[in-house]
Design a protein around this ligand. Structure first.
Ligand code: 3PG
Length: 212
């Protein structure tokens, strides 16, 4: 398994960040680390996402930094140049996925159907983002898909929170869980990094307990 995937698996949580204030990028990354989650998926859905990746990669290199909401090949190049270590997409985009594989870039593509999952397996990928997790069928759906796709691991994202992350994390086919609840728009806007750290600590504790 890819080294970055191993680290993501050990951390067990991928905070999904949509940030529009570049000044908050570095304190946010530090708040995640302080909360025991040295990992982040900074989405390109805001115009400032790329610059936030650049700032975090420069100032907080110890965080495992991915770019999310990557919809086009050109965004892969920009994100990697800015300092991202891996790419996440909401859906399975064959062009983007193939490009990443060809260029030896880790991609965790969004998959919500068996067909998506087979496309990912066909490219040699062994870990996919299951998105939108809660809305698409949650843990029972993942378990049903894990039956035929025995080598596949999942990063459920979408509707995950402190209330349900434990149940996902206890299942051995879950590589990690993604979500935005500990880095909500409100907390980011308020610059409430203490609360972000507290929510990360809580999530990390739940995942640790669930995996015991
Ligand atoms: C994503 O892009 O992965 C989602 O927006 C995260 O879903 P959530 O906001 O429900 O955690």
């Amino acid at each position: 398994m890819n080294d970055i995937l191993k680290q993501i698996g050990q951390i067990g949580i991928v905070p999904v960040i949509a940030i529009s204030d570049v000044e908050k990028a570095v304190p946010l990354a530090k708040a995640l680390i302080a909360g025991g989650i040295p990992c982040a998926e900074v989405t390109l859905r805001t115009g400032e996402g790329e610059e936030c990746i650049r700032r975090i990669a420069e100032s907080v290199p110890e965080i495992l930094l991915g770019a999310g909401t990557v919809l086009r090949i050109e965004q892969v190049d920009r994100a990697m140049k800015a300092g991202a270590k891996f790419i996440v997409s909401p859906g399975f985009n064959p062009k983007v996925a193939q490009y990443c594989v060809d260029n030896n870039i880790l991609i965790i593509p969004g998959c919500s159907t068996p067909s998506d999952m087979e496309s990912a397996i066909e490219l040699g990928l062994d870990t996919v983002k299951f998105f939108p997790a809660e809305q698409a069928g949650g843990l029972p759906y993942i378990k049903a898909c894990a039956a035929p796709y025995t080598g596949l691991k999942f990063v459920p994202t979408g509707g995950i929170n402190a209330g349900n992350i434990g149940k996902y994390s206890a299942y051995n086919k879950i590589a990690a869980c993604g979500g935005s609840w500990m880095v909500s728009k409100e907390l980011l806007e308020a610059g409430n990094f203490e609360e972000i750290t507290r929510l990360c600590e809580e999530a990390a504790r739940i995942v640790r307990d669930a995996r015991r």
